[in-house]
Write a protein that binds this ligand. Sequence first.
Ligand code: AHM
Ligand code: MG
Length: 345
Amino acid sequence: MTVTTLNEFIIERQADFPYAKGELTRLLTHIGVAAKVVNREVNKAGLVDILGDAGSDNIQGEQQKKLDVYADEKFIASLKASGECCGIASEERKKIVSFDEEMARNGKYIVAIDPLDGSSNIDVNVSIGTIFSIYRRISPVGHKAGIEDFLQKGKEQVAAGYIIYGSSTMMVYTTGRGVNGFTLDPSIGEFCLSHPDILTPHSGIIYSINEGNYIKFPEGVKKYIKYCQEKDVPTGRPFTSRYIGSLVADFHRNLLKGGIFIYPKTAGYPTGKLRLLYECNPMAFVIEQAGGRATDGRGNRILDMKPVELHQRSPFFLGSRNMVNKAEEFMKEFGDKEPNMDDIK
Ligand code: AHM
Ligand code: MG
């Protein structure tokens, strides 16, 4: 049996882009290398003194774990070393990182990244992931990257994907020509093509939402959840509820099996919780390339949103096309206004 490694695949696909000079190829390769390094640490996290709080809060005010810091540093170092990336936006950093070195200033790409998503799951040995999004810079080559390079619409992404550190470690990505998944074979230390041309089912039977927040949800979401729970044999209802609390893991399962993931506006998060640049946009690109949909629940495509700030949040509805359509019908009929915090205390 022949195996295609991630590197072989990336190089083969370079021919898809007639003007490509191998820059994106090198960038993706470096992401793969950093993923292996982070994977090694994630795997042995229970063995060494790397678990626990790093003693600092990230800019979202959420507690940061040591592995978040480690992953952030490794991905940034690897992207810088690629020579193709002039700047990075990371969930872990308030401001963009613009590289000063000449080689990096000549890089044509910028990367938005969530180095270790689902961090609340690290110390309980539950799947976590890295999410990345790549754009062509709009600032002139030779200069440092500027904020305008990062505030591009998601539809301008040239590549995006994620790494899931799960029961197996996988990298799944798209360059706008379908979605491909690679599983890390630890015996040879290579990502091998295991899931070519991933397509998500148009309908599924899984819904993923943090139901603990039920009373904080808009009426449309509450009614949609009830719809998912009702018995209706032709549509496969009641649906199954699955929620890990790691976007990457919840997304990956639903991508392969069919389903819907929702993080709506809530009384606590009036603009949603998930970040547009490095959580919503890359996943939206992947799901659309797999035949699904990603919106804000009000019919607005995630990839069409113009970001106004780096750490902007958005309500997020994504997954199987028919399920997202249905959820949006409920939002339209019953409303998408989140309740007031004072009213639910
Ligand atoms: P993080 O970036 O701090 O890890 O937070 C993002 C995570 C996502 O992985 C997940 O989908 C969501 O937060 C879960 O949030 P909640 O615990 O509110 O359901
Ligand atoms: Mg995150």
